[in-house]
Design a protein around this ligand. Structure first.
Ligand code: NAD
Ligand code: MG
Length: 393
């Protein structure tokens, strides 16, 4: 039996992962499940899967979790240290599906044990790519990408030489607003931004898809995971979300990964790797689809893509600063304090201020502490800039 843990089990990726495990129940032993505020879901899954341990990130909910697990034999714990301990429990395979920079430390804890890390939490690579990759090398752990585009690239690269790769193209659906006129974007509401045309995902990544910040994070994620020169990373708008990524080779061939927009494909690929096994994913009927469209992104509508290039050029702590500012911009948008089109200028202002400071993004001797401190400063800076924007507003 494979011992598996799921960090962020109550979220969209976490629930899809449990769905796959449920279908082949006898093949797995569930070690740890973690969640946030939704302790009822966490406790019910921990009972159903006979987990050894359930952890809520929210320390104030420990009693609720204990009550919900009473008599089940599942151990309950709460808080950040408990999350890291859950991640470090011996397991063969750990799913990293916490949203945001909060996923970094638990992911590193899992890598430290040598477990295979299925990485959905793109923020780990954006904020601390070199640290994450070094942790895997040090323990001999393998990281398997779960973000659909990166899983697609990984699959297209199987058996290929990296030296022959000339370009990597990540596709983007364009999110909720791809057909909206630019003028209308300023008035976009949270409810409107939270509806994805093709994918069913957590609210934060859905809004990041509408703003294209998700694609910006994914460009950086691709650079860090595959060690690509930023100039070789391209983005194409592809409204159908059927081609997830393409890899170009020196002989001119482009290998595309095509599949329905269902995360259980990428999750299942990481779960079964290196084998391919049947997955509950609908077969694609290309004749019924009819057309696959591609177009270049418009950087006026999607300034996040330009910022991603700046971050990749800068390196070091720029990714941590970028991600933290983006997370706060999103918090302010969700809370109704900022408009949809205020998010990118806010992130750009934070990058400008922090990169201008002496040693601003200097990433020599990157450590978790330095990343955490850059993250903290960037969040404070983002809050100050948000206040300026609201006052001017
Ligand atoms: P989600 O919001 O649905 O779930 C997030 C999970 O993280 C929940 O279990 C929540 O309780 C937990 N969590 C939230 N804040 C936390 C904190 N501070 N500390 C510890 N745990 C916390 O998110 P999601 O859509 O499943 O996305 C998870 C990750 O996977 C993100 O990094 C996202 O970018 C990435 N991803 C998601 C999809 C998708 O289809 N949803 C696709 C590709 C990549
Ligand atoms: Mg993706």
């Amino acid at each position: 039996m494979r011992r598996v843990s799921i960090l962020g089990a109550t979220g969209s990726v976490g629930q899809s992962t449990l769905d796959l495990i449920r279908r082949d129940r006898d093949a797995y032993r569930v070690v740890a499940l973690t969640g946030g505020a939704n302790v009822a879901q966490l406790a019910s899954d921990a009972r159903a899967f006979g987990a050894e341990l359930a952890v809520t990130a929210d320390a104030a909910r420990l009693d609720d979790l204990r009550d919900a697990l009473a008599g089940s034999g599942v151990e309950a714990a709460a808080g950040r240290a408990a999350l890291n301990e859950a991640a470090a429990r011996p397991a063969d395979w750990v799913m990293s599906a916490i949203v945001g920079a909060a996923g970094l430390a638990p992911g590193l804890a899992a890598l430290g044990t040598g477990a295979t890390l299925a990485l959905a939490n793109k923020e780990s690579l954006v904020t601390a790519g070199p640290l994450v990759m070094a942790a895997a090398r040090a323990s001999g752990a393998r990281i398997l990408p779960v973000d659909s585009e990166h899983s697609a690239i990984f699959q297209a690269l199987a058996g290929e030489e990296m030296d022959a790769v000339t370009r990597v193209i990540i596709t983007a659906s364009g999110g909720a607003f791809r057909d909206w006129p630019l003028e209308r974007l300023a008035t976009a509401t949270v409810a409107e931004a939270s509806c994805h045309p093709n994918w069913d995902m957590g609210q934060r990544i859905t809004i990041d898809s509408a703003s294209m910040f998700n694609k910006a994070l994914e460009m950086i994620e691709a650079r860090e995971f595959f060690g690509l020169d930023p100039a070789r990373i391209e983005v194409l708008i592809h409204p159908q979300s059927l081609v997830h990524a393409l890899v170009g080779f020196s002989d001119g061939a482009l290998m595309a990964h095509v599949g329905p927009p269902d995360m259980r494909h990428a999750i299942g690929y990481a779960l079964n790797w290196p084998a391919r096994r049947a997955l509950p994913v609908a077969a694609l009927d290309l004749a019924a689809e009819g057309v696959l469209e591609f177009r270049a992104p418009d950087e006026v509508r999607a300034p996040a893509l330009r910022l991603a290039r700046l971050v990749m050029e800068e390196g070091g702590l720029a990714g941590a600063i970028f991600n933290a500012a983006k997370e706060r911009a999103l918090d302010h948008f969700i809370a109704g304090r900022l408009g949809f089109m205020d998010m990118a200028p806010l992130v750009e202002a934070v990058l400008e201020r922090m990169l201008a400071a002496p040693g601003g993004a200097d990433g020599d001797d990157l450590t978790l502490d330095r990343v955490a401190s850059a993250d903290h400063l960037a969040r404070n800076c983002a809050d100050a800039v948000a206040l300026d924007i609201t006052r001017r507003g």
